[in-house]
Ligand binder design. Structure first.
Ligand code: PDD
Length: 285
C-alpha cells in the first residue's frame, strides 16, 4: 500500500506529494517542524507538540494555515489512512512559495503545511534494551535553538559523524558543557541520584519528552536539577540517557567510546522508560 501524505489541504499518495521549488522551506529553511510519536494508532503527548509548534511559529512571525485543533484532526486522519500503529507523524509548516527569492517575508503568500507518517516500533526497539553510544561534537548551531526550525544542517553533520563512528547519537558541546543531542535531550543521573538535564533557554530545544520525564520523575520524588553538565560529569555519572519523541527514553552507555558506569543501561533509565511508556499509553489521543 502506498503511503498517503498531506499537502496543503489534500491527502495524496506520497510519491505525488510535492511542493514548489520556490517554497521558502526549501530555499531558506524558513519553516518549523514537529514530530509526534504514534503508539497503538494514537498520538503521544500531542498537545505539548502543538503548543511548541505555536510557540515556534510565533517566534518567527509565521501564521499557522490551520488551527491546532484542525492540525490534530489531520494528523489523526493521516494515521488512520496509513493504518499506522506505531511510529510518528512529521509535520512541517513553511512561509510558502513566493514568485521569486526575496529574503524578507512575502506578502499575501499562504504558508505551506505538509505531513507524512513513518513506522517505527519505538517501544520494542533493540536499542532500547542495549542502549546507545554517543560521540561528542562542537555545537555549531545558530543561537535560537529553542525554535524548532527545519534548518538542521548542523545536526545532519553531527548525526552523520555519529553514524560513521558507529554511535547512535551526537552530543553537542558548547563552552565545555553538553547542550543536547542532535535530535534529543540529554540527561545524567549523578552518583547521589540527582537527575540532571540542561535548563531550557535559547541554547536548546525545549523537548516535549524531556518536559514529561522531568514532571514524572518529580512526581515520584526524584531530585531533578535543571543545569548544564560536562562530558566529564556524564562519564562519572551513574547513568546517562536521552529523550525524544522517536526514542522516548534511551540509555547512553558510552561517550566517545568510554563507558558510562558499567556500560549497560542502568535501572533508573529502565524505570523512567517504563514510566514514560505508561504515561504515553495512558494519555495518547
Ligand atoms: N527531534 N533536541 C533536539 C535538537 C531535537 O531535534 C529533539 C527532537 C529533541 C527532543 O524533543 P522531543 O522530546 O520534543 O521530541 C531535543 C525530533 C524527534 C526530530 O528531529 O526528529
Amino acid at each position: 500500500m502506498e503511503k498517503i501524505a498531506y499537502v496543503n489541504g489534500s491527502f495524496v499518495p506520497l510519491g505525488e506529494a510535492k511542493v514548489s521549488i520556490l517554497d521558502r522551506g526549501f530555499l531558506f529553511a524558513d519553516g518549523i517542524y514537529e514530530v509526534a510519536a504514534v503508539l497503538d494508532g494514537r498520538l503521544v503527548d500531542n498537545a505539548s507538540h502543538l503548543a511548541r509548534l505555536e510557540r515556534s511559529v510565533g517566534e518567527i512571525s509565521l501564521p499557522l494555515p490551520e488551527t491546532t485543533e484542525r492540525i490534530q484532526e489531520i494528523q489523526k486522519e493521516l494515521v488512520t489512512r496509513n493504518q499506522l500503529a506505531n511510529g510518528m507523524v512529521y509535520l512541517e509548516v513553511t512561509r510558502g512559495a513566493d514568485a521569486g527569492r526575496d529574503f524578507a517575508f512575502p506578502k499575501g503568500v499562504k504558508p505551506t503545511l505538509i505531513m507524512f507518517t513513518s513506522e517505527k516500533d519505538i517501544v520494542g526497539a533493540a536499542s532500547a534494551r542495549t542502549g546507545i553510544g554517543v560521540i561528542t561534537v562542537p555545537d555549531i548551531r545558530w543561537a535560537r535553538r529553542d525554535i524548532k526550525s527545519v534548518a538542521l544542517l548542523a545536526q545532519v553533520l553531527a548525526k552523520q559523524a555519529a553514524a560513521e563512528a558507529g554511535a547512535g547519537e551526537a552530543w553537542m558541546i558548547e563552552d565545555g558543557k553538553v547542550t543536547e543531542g542532535g535530535s534529543s535531550s540529554a540527561f545524567i543521573l549523578t552518583q547521589d541520584d540527582v537527575l540532571v538535564t540542561r535548563q531550557n533557554g535559547s541554547e536548546i530545544l525545549p523537548g516535549c519528552t524531556r518536559k514529561a520525564v522531568v514532571k514524572l520523575a518529580e512526581e515520584r520524588q526524584l531530585r531533578v536539577e535543571e543545569r548544564a553538565f560536562s562530558v566529564e560529569e556524564a562519564l562519572a555519572a551513574k547513568e546517562a540517557f536521552i529523550t525524544s519523541a522517536t526514542v522516548f527514553v534511551q540509555a547512553v552507555v558510552s561517550i566517545d567510546g568510554k563507558p558510562v558506569a558499567s556500560g549497560k543501561p542502568g535501572p533508573m533509565t529502565r524505570r523512567l522508560r517504563e514510566i514514560y511508556v505508561d504515561f504515553a499509553r495512558a494519555t495518547a489521543v
